[in-house]
Design a protein around this ligand. Structure first.
Ligand code: C5P
Length: 329
C-alpha cells in the first residue's frame, strides 16, 4: 500500500449506476431469512458519485443532486425531513464497505472521508445504498493502490448486500442465490425507461415480509430465469420485453402502498409500453419505445403531477472511476 496520511491530497471519484429488475422471481424464505431469487438486473443511467480521500476518521457526507436536489420537484430529502434519509455515521453502507476492504487486506489505522453525490432515490428499490457501497470499494481500492482482484471485490460486495455485486458489474445480468450471484446476459437493446420516484421510501424487509404473508410459501417453486425475457433482451425487441416484464414483489408493495396504483394508471395514460415496480419499490418504471417516446412520456408524467419522473437509458456500465485528482505515482 502507498503512503497514505490525512494530508494526502489525492481524491478519487467513482460513479455507480442505479439498478432495476426486469424480472424478479422470489421463492420461499431460506433458513437464513433471505429469499432465493431469479432476477434479471439492468443498470440504468441514474448515478451516485462517491468521492473519497484519506482522513483520520471515517466520515460520510451526502449531497443531493439532480431531481433529489430540485426544489421544483417534490423530492428533496434534506428539505422534507422524510423518514428514509441516509445514515451518516458508522452504519452507513459506504463506511461498512471501506472497513470490509481494509479488513480484507489486514490494514488498520487508516480511514477515509466519503462524499456521496446522490441522484439515486433513497429507499426507492433502485439499489442506491448498494451503488454507494460498490463505488466506495472501488474508490478506496484505487485511492490506496490495493489492487484487489475483481473476484475478491465481488465476494466483499456480496457480504455488504445482495445487490452490491451487480452494482460493480452493471450492464444486464442474471442474479441468483439471494441476488448476489451475477452473470452477464446478452442484451442487444438500447432501452429507454422513465423512472418515477416517490416521496416516501419503502422498507425492503417489510415488502419481503408482506410477500411471505400473501403467498402460500409451502407451494412456491424454486425461481428460474425466464427464457422469453432473455430472448427479448438478446434480440433487442422492446415489445417482447414489455410482454415479459415481471416482479413478484409488485403485489406486496401495492398492498403496503395502494397509492402507487395511481402512478401505474398515470404511466399507462402517459403512453408507456408497460409499467413495472422497481425492485421492492416504491419507484415505478415506465418502458418506452425510444428516446423520443421517453421524452413525451416524461412530459406527460410531469403534467400529471409526477415532478420526479426522469428518462434514463439502459443498459449502462457498472462502477467506474470518473476522476482522480492530486499527485499520481
Ligand atoms: O441483502 P440486502 O441487505 O440488500 O437485503 C435487505 C433485506 O431484504 C434483507 O435483510 C431481507 O429482509 C430482504 N431480502 C430477502 N431476500 C433477498 C434479498 C433481500 O429477504 N434475496
Amino acid at each position: 500500500m502507498s503512503e497514505a496520511t490525512t494530508h494526502d491530497a489525492r481524491r478519487v471519484t467513482v460513479r455507480a449506476p442505479a439498478k432495476i429488475n426486469l424480472h424478479l422471481g422470489v421463492g420461499a424464505p431460506r433458513p437464513d431469512g433471505f429469499h432465493p431469487l431469479a432476477t434479471v438486473y439492468q443498470a440504468v443511467g441514474l448515478y451516485d458519485d462517491v468521492t473519497v480521500s484519506t482522513w483520520d476518521e471515517w466520515s460520510v457526507q451526502v449531497r443531493y443532486e439532480g431531481l433529489l436536489a430540485d426544489p421544483s420537484a417534490t423530492g428533496r430529502p434534506a428539505d422534507r425531513g422524510v423518514e428514509h434519509t441516509v445514515p451518516l455515521g458508522e452504519d452507513n453502507i459506504a463506511v461498512r464497505a471501506g472497513r470490509a476492504l481494509l479488513a480484507h487486506h489486514g490494514i488498520v489505522d487508516v480511514a477515509a472521508a466519503i462524499t456521496i453525490h446522490k441522484s439515486i432515490p433513497v429507499a426507492g428499490g433502485m439499489a442506491g445504498g448498494s451503488a454507494d457501497a460498490a463505488a466506495t470499494l472501488v474508490a478506496l481500492d484505487r485511492l490506496w493502490d490495493l489492487d484487489t482482484p475483481d473476484d475478491d471485490l465481488l465476494a466483499l460486495a456480496a457480504t455488504l448486500g445482495s445487490d452490491v455485486p451487480f452494482s460493480l458489474l452493471g450492464g444486464t445480468a442474471g442474479g441468483t442465490g439471494r441476488g448476489e450471484l451475477v452473470e452477464p446476459l446478452a442484451d442487444a437493446g438500447s432501452w429507454w425507461w422513465v423512472v418515477v420516484g416517490n416521496d416516501t421510501g419503502l422498507s425492503t424487509p417489510e415488502v419481503y415480509r408482506t410477500f411471505d404473508e400473501m403467498s402460500d410459501v409451502t407451494s412456491l417453486s424454486e425461481p428460474e430465469l425466464p427464457p422469453e425475457l432473455l430472448d427479448a433482451l438478446a434480440r433487442g425487441d422492446v415489445h417482447a420485453l414489455a410482454e415479459h416484464l415481471a416482479n413478484d414483489l409488485q403485489d406486496p408493495a401495492l398492498a403496503l402502498r395502494p397509492d402507487l396504483q395511481a402512478t401505474f394508471d398515470d404511466g399507462y395514460d402517459a403512453g408507456a409500453l408497460e409499467c413495472l415496480l422497481s425492485g421492492s419499490g416504491p419507484s415505478v418504471l415506465l418502458l418506452c419505445a425510444d428516446a423520443d417516446h421517453a421524452r413525451s412520456v416524461t412530459a406527460a408524467m410531469h403534467e400529471a403531477g409526477h415532478g420526479r419522473a426522469v428518462a434514463v437509458p439502459a443498459p449502462v456500465s457498472g462502477v467506474h472511476v470518473v476522476s482522480y485528482d492530486g499527485p499520481v505515482g
